[in-house]
Design a protein around this ligand. Structure first.
Ligand SMILES: [Zn+2]
Length: 69
């Protein structure tokens, strides 16, 4: 008897990174709207990261100032 790997027989496809609907494998986003949305999101993530880096020392300084007797 031959052993067969039980693989789900789903045709090659991928999901839109933004809204998650099925799209053809050569695409990353289903539409220009989703691509724009992704760009917006990644930019926002970068800003949040930079903001966190900037805010952290400020919080440290504030803590040092308020910890004074
Ligand atoms: Zn989409």
């Amino acid at each position: 008897m031959q052993r067969k790997e039980t693989q789900p027989s789903i045709p090659k496809h991928r999901h839109c990174n933004i809204c998650g609907i099925s799209i053809s494998p050569d695409k990353i986003y289903c539409s220009k709207n989703c691509e724009a949305e992704y760009r917006k999101m990644s930019r926002r993530r970068t800003y949040t990261f930079i903001l966190t880096l900037l805010i952290f020392p400020i919080i440290m300084i504030l803590m040092l100032l308020t910890a004074r007797p």
